[in-house]
Design a protein around this ligand. Structure first.
Ligand code: UDP
Length: 362
């Protein structure tokens, strides 16, 4: 069975590392990786392939720095050509980026089956490009690998349970990644304060609106008076900060370049608290028993909130500071298992392998 994997952004490399390793141990499946180029430089791409030993992509499309329409359109065109050429049995897509949607759409139009890893997530905020990508990808996928029961329920509510697709709860591949790589964590080369808050900000709705971006920065600067706030700075956020002429030199915030996954695990293992608008990092805070404050008005990972591991702070300066002060005092019980047993990747590959040769797949 030939599986064409479409990836292009940092979180997808992390998720694919898990599944790809399981595929390499399965003699029924040949994997061909397509890197769309959405994230391209060393710190956002190559580093992950090297650290996580992801096989070299056979195709690298180099499609980046374009508007949503242009990017998705160019990916669609290029992936279609690759599907014609490779004739895969299945196309495997991850998460919620333009690469996910383009891969799923190209395959479906050519009647090649689509499997979606991390299906069923919903923020219920249609202003997020990710939400649009998720909903459309789920709707045309043939196999939907959900990370949680909440995700399964979301798909049932949308009626996908009545359609000719398979919906499975296999657990979260990011939990597999965290457990597999935890012992390989690595201190970043930059100086890291002994105590710090780990923070990431990169969602378009936070970075593209100057008022919101400044409101978040103000909160982070005020918090930095008491405890250093360390930010591995996403290129999109860096570009926005440069555009608004943010004074990096006189900032109280401790900025470093984006780090690799092993360095990120080190930071998660040593930080006092996580503040983020990232999807993945909210869960990783929980995996490493760190409280999390989410810099958004909602989250897809609702079970973290209902179990007291994550607090939604929004983007107002005062709300963020109050939430951090409250959360710093909390000590939740981390013995609850929310994201499976750390074998999601193996379960996904077992299922793909089981389908191998069946009419369901081709
Ligand atoms: N991450 C990383 N280095 C960084 C920042 C994030 O390795 O400098 C990892 C993080 O640990 C998580 C993933 O990237 O596994 C999250 O990616 P991102 O926040 O870009 O996307 P999202 O999860 O919001 O889709």
């Amino acid at each position: 069975m030939k599986c064409l994997t479409i990836i292009g952004a940092r979180p997808q490399f992390i998720k694919a590392a898990v599944v790809s390793r399981a595929i390499r141990h399965n003699e029924n499946i040949e994997e061909i990786i397509v890197h769309t180029g959405q994230h391209y430089d060393n710190s956002m791409s190559d580093l992950f392939f090297a650290e996580m030993t992801i096989p070299k992509p056979k195709y690298n499309l180099g499609i980046c720095n374009l508007s949503h329409g242009a990017m998705t359109g160019q990916m669609l065109e290029q992936i279609e050509k690759i599907i014609w050429h490779e004739q895969p049995d299945i196309v495997l897509v991850y998460g919620d980026t333009n690469s996910t949607l383009a891969g799923a759409l190209a395959a479906k139009k050519l009647h090649v089956k689509v499997a979606h890893v991390e299906a069923g997530l919903r923020s219920f905020n249609m202003n997020m490009p990710e939400e649009i990508n998720r909903i459309l990808t789920d709707r045309i996928s043939d196999i939907l690998f959900c990370p949680t029961q909440t995700a399964m329920n979301n798909l049932q509510k949308e009626g996908l349970g009545n359609m000719s697709c398979q919906i499975l709860n296999c657990g979260d591949v990011m939990y597999d990644a965290a457990t597999f790589y935890a012992s390989q964590s690595r201190k970043p080369t930059e100086e890291i304060p002994p105590k710090f808050i780990l923070c990431t900000v990169h969602r378009a709705e936070n970075t593209d609106n100057e008022k919101i971006l400044r409101s978040i920065l103000k909160a982070l600067e005020q918090l930095s008076e008491n405890i250093p706030v360390l930010i591995p700075l996403h290129p999109r956020t860096k570009a926005k900060l440069t555009a608004i002429q943010y004074d990096f030199d006189n900032s109280k915030i401790h900025f470093i370049a984006p780090v690799g996954y092993l360095e990120m695990i080190f930071l998660l293992q040593h930080c006092e608290l996580v503040m983020t608008d990232s999807g993945g990092l909210q869960k990783e805070a929980y995996f490493f028993h760190r409280n999390c404050v989410t810099l958004r008005n909602e989250t897809e990972w609702i079970e973290l909130v209902t179990n007291g591991f994550n607090s939604i702070a929004g983007v107002e300066t005062d709300n963020i500071i109050c939430t951090v002060q409250k959360v710093m005092k909390q000590n939740p019980d981390y013995s609850v298992d929310l994201y499976g047993d750390g074998n999601a990747g193996q379960k996904i590959v077992n299922h793909l392998s089981l389908c191998c040769g069946q009419d369901k797949i081709r």
